[in-house]
Design a protein around this ligand. Structure first.
Ligand code: AMP
Length: 325
């Protein structure tokens, strides 16, 4: 989830605010980096950035608590390792205002609204062992956004319903209790790099997938990256023009070209005419991207103070009250 707002300072100067939450449901992938983390890092140059780990959202379905704790620690460290060191970073469960406001928004939402939410309809309704939180989490998500007085929320179609509910709850709350929340607008984000699974290039390289053979994780060792790319699906085309973009007929090759240019620049594929050369170039480019992240990760992981002394708990200077609530 990502969102933006604009803050006016006493000087009259305005700063865009970027808010983004990552759900720790699996180890971060190259797709997460190229499609989100890299932009989150460059946004720090012009915006007031607030990034969080939405660990409470990972509890709505069966999970392994030990794995979740490990993922939280790993992903928090990666956020700093990729350069998010000029942002406010927080762990949702350590900022009580998220769950406190979620309760107030549950007292604002109607059961009819929550029953229509897609996740609950598709995964929970009618099953007696569905967790209550799978029903109520949209109120928590609304709290995640409204706490930071976010004015714009760039989301894809899959998240639209959540933001529409957030808007409805903000409007109803304001009408009932007085003007408290900014009502966020839904905006369409610019199309970003979409990295596909190397073993099944018609599906996204997602962090929660059960089979990791087509997924490059940010912490994969170089020889693992090499092996996964060597096994990436291509096709049986022959001739001098086999290396070309064609998303419909050559999804595997197109994905490798996309990864290559996202990692090494738009001219990186110039002159490559065989699948072997393409895979070798992709391997080098990906290793060049992940190696510095892994080095920074190891340094940070060796020094627990590097992350635990930061603002993961939502330090007082950046508690939700500093956003006017
Ligand atoms: P998720 O891992 O699906 O919770 O997504 C977290 C962020 O990473 C979102 O901004 C996604 O758009 C982005 N992301 C996840 N997987 C990919 C991918 N394969 N390609 C591009 N962006 C991705």
């Amino acid at each position: 989830m990502a969102s933006e707002t604009t803050t006016t300072h006493a000087t009259g100067q305005t700063t865009e605010r970027n808010l983004s939450l990552i759900k720790p449901t699996g180890p971060l992938t190259l797709g997460n980096y190229l499609g989100a983390l890299r932009q989150m890092a460059s946004a720090q140059d012009g915006a007031d950035c607030i990034y969080g780990l939405a660990d409470l959202h990972a509890l709505t379905v069966t999970h392994d608590p030990t794995r979740l704790r490990k993922l939280v620690r790993e992903i928090s460290t990666i956020l700093v390792a990729v350069g998010l060191d000029r942002s406010t970073l927080f762990l949702q469960s350590r900022v009580p205002a998220h769950s406190e406001l979620a309760y107030l928004l549950e007292c604002t939402a109607y059961t009819g609204e929550l029953s229509r939410m897609i996740q609950f309809k598709e995964k929970g309704r009618g099953h007696p062992s569905t967790r209550v939180s799978l029903y109520t989490y949209p109120a928590l998500m609304a709290a995640d956004i409204l706490l930071y007085q976010t004015k714009q929320v760039p989301v894809g179609d899959d998240q639209r319903q959540h933001i529409e509910l957030t808007r409805d709850l903000a409007i109803r709350f304001n009408q009932t209790y007085g003007q408290v929340f900014a009502v966020p607008e839904i905006v369409t984000p610019p199309a970003g790099a979409r990295v596909m699974n190397l073993a099944d290039p018609t599906t996204k390289m997602g962090k929660s997938h059960h089979d990791g053979s087509g997924i490059i994780y940010l912490l994969d060792a170089p020889d693992v990256v090499r092996r996964k790319i060597a096994r990436a699906v291509t096709d049986s085309d022959t001739g001098a023009t086999v290396v070309r973009r064609d998303r419909t007929n050559k999804p595997g090759v197109t994905n490798l070209l996309d990864i290559l240019t996202a990692c090494a620049g738009p001219r990186a594929a110039d002159g490559i005419s065989t699948y072997g050369a393409l895979k070798a170039a992709v391997t080098d480019a990906v290793i060049n991207v992940v190696e510095p992240i892994q080095k920074a990760y190891t340094d940070l992981a060796d020094d627990p103070c590097a992350w635990s002394s930061g603002s993961y708990g939502g330090g007082p200077s950046r508690s939700p009250s500093s956003f006017g609530l």
